[in-house]
Design a protein around this ligand. Structure first.
Ligand SMILES: Cc1cc2nc3c(=O)[nH]c(=O)nc-3n(C[C@H](O)[C@H](O)[C@H](O)COP(=O)(O)O)c2cc1C
Length: 176
């Protein structure tokens, strides 16, 4: 079975970005295994001095999950016009080991503000380019808190359509 791994750039329990990744799960066809990787908070700060020899367990888990996945989807908030440190840290751990090289990746940014985290998204795209990923879809979602209801459902048809297109683009890259 093909697997898609999702990574949220937010560690908040009530994160709208994690909520969006749960919504992406509902837009995929059956027969695809989908899960959100929960371990990025367990990663140590990236340091090339400790990126040698046997990887630390938290690093190995991340690398294994990404290697086994046919595709990856990332959904992130913007912090101070950039990518949250915890997400950038996770991506830095994948530079030397190369699991993201040639991997299809879809990216989403979402913000309560009107720009939808586009500056973080632009920065994320550069990092994904540096990592050699195949960027298959990008969605930037402004005013996200007005588009979700209390049950974590998207009430904005255009955004749902954008997530559908993103899901289809991901699936098209991993299914012949
Ligand atoms: C430290 C910090 C910095 C932020 N900086 C930005 C920013 O630069 N741009 C933006 O659109 N929102 C910014 N926000 C607001 C976040 O977009 C908002 O908190 C969002 O809901 C976080 O996503 P989450 O719900 O997935 O945790 C910031 C929030 C925090 C806590």
């Amino acid at each position: 079975m093909q697997t898609i791994i999702a990574i949220s750039g937010s560690l908040r329990s009530a994160s709208v970005n994690t909520t969006l990744l749960n919504i992406v799960a509902t837009r995929l066809p059956s027969g695809i295994e989908y899960s959100i990787f929960e371990g990025i908070a367990d990663l140590p700060h990236f340091n090339p001095d400790i990126d040698k020899g046997e990887p630390l367990p938290a690093v190995q888990r991340l690398r294994d999950r990404i290697r086994e996945a046919a595709a990856v989807v990332i959904c992130t908030p913007e912090y101070a016009f950039g990518v949250p440190g915890v997400l950038k840290n996770a991506l830095d751990w994948l530079v030397s080991s190369g699991e993201l090289n040639e991997k299809p990746v879809a990216s989403i940014s979402a913000s309560p503000l009107y720009r939808g985290g586009d500056r973080a998204h632009a920065s994320l795209s550069l990092t994904l380019e540096a990592l050699g990923t195949k960027q298959v879809a990008r969605v930037t979602i402004p005013a996200i808190t007005t588009k979700l209801n209390g049950e974590g459902q998207l009430t904005h048809p255009e955004t749902l359509q954008e997530l559908d297109q993103l899901a289809q683009a991901l699936v098209a890259t991993i299914q012949p």
